[in-house]
Design a protein around this ligand. Structure first.
Ligand code: VGL
Ligand code: ZN
Length: 191
């Protein structure tokens, strides 16, 4: 299987979705084996740094009264509260200082699962001439799915890092993978 350093080239960007404590075992909305994406994505991060490929890391960053929380009509327990430990990136994720943080989920009136949803993320990517995106993180069937579909809609070539993502449920993960592939994403495995 190919290595990240053999894949990444100028014109690419690495998009790391929501690798935050609350989505890992022990967190408020834990994804089974969610922490296993960290060593995989660290290899992609190292390769991106070596190749001068920009790294974007999104984070879910909710106010206490967020519409996605069960108490306010949503699906989820409270998670990724702004400035909380749960909202921090996983401590082993080796993001360089040059990584660009994309904050989402701050609106009171709607959720923003996609890193592109009202963040303007496509703007710096286009300014940098980025054509191909490599996407991994959490969760495969929620925010990774939404991000990949939006990225394709925005006209980017998109590859899902299959071993660098985990779903909330196995069935959800399978359905999400199928949707991403049908929408035109490439599925790549590096481990
Ligand atoms: C996510 C559920 C709720 C995600 C965010 O990052 O996939 N999932 N909020
Ligand atoms: Zn959320």
């Amino acid at each position: 299987m190919p290595k990240p350093e053999d894949i990444l080239q100028p014109g690419d960007a690495l998009i790391i979705v929501d690798v935050q404590n609350d989505f890992c075992p022990g967190g408020a909305l834990p994804i089974e084996r969610g922490d296993e994406v960290v060593p995989v994505l660290n290899r992609w991060i190292a390769a991106a740094v070596a190749k001068g490929v920009p790294i974007y890391a999104s984070r879910d960053w909710h106010p206490h009264r967020h519409i996605s929380f069960q108490a306010y009509g949503g699906l989820w327990p409270p998670h990724c509260l702004q400035d909380s430990d749960g909202a921090r990136f996983h401590p082993d994720l080796k993001l360089p200082a040059s990584a660009i943080i994309v904050t989402k989920g701050v609106r009171f009136d709607q959720d923003q699962n996609s890193a592109f949803d009202q963040t303007g993320l496509a703007v710096p990517l286009r300014q940098d001439g980025v054509k191909r995106l490599f996407v991994g993180g959490l969760a495969e069937d929620v925010c990774v799915l939404a991000t990949v579909l939006d990225a394709l809609q925005e006209g980017f070539e998109v590859a899902l890092i299959v071993d660098g993502t985990r779903p909330v449920t196995p069935a959800g993960g399978e359905a999400a993978r199928r949707k991403m592939q049908e929408a035109g994403a490439r599925l790549i495995e590096t481990e």
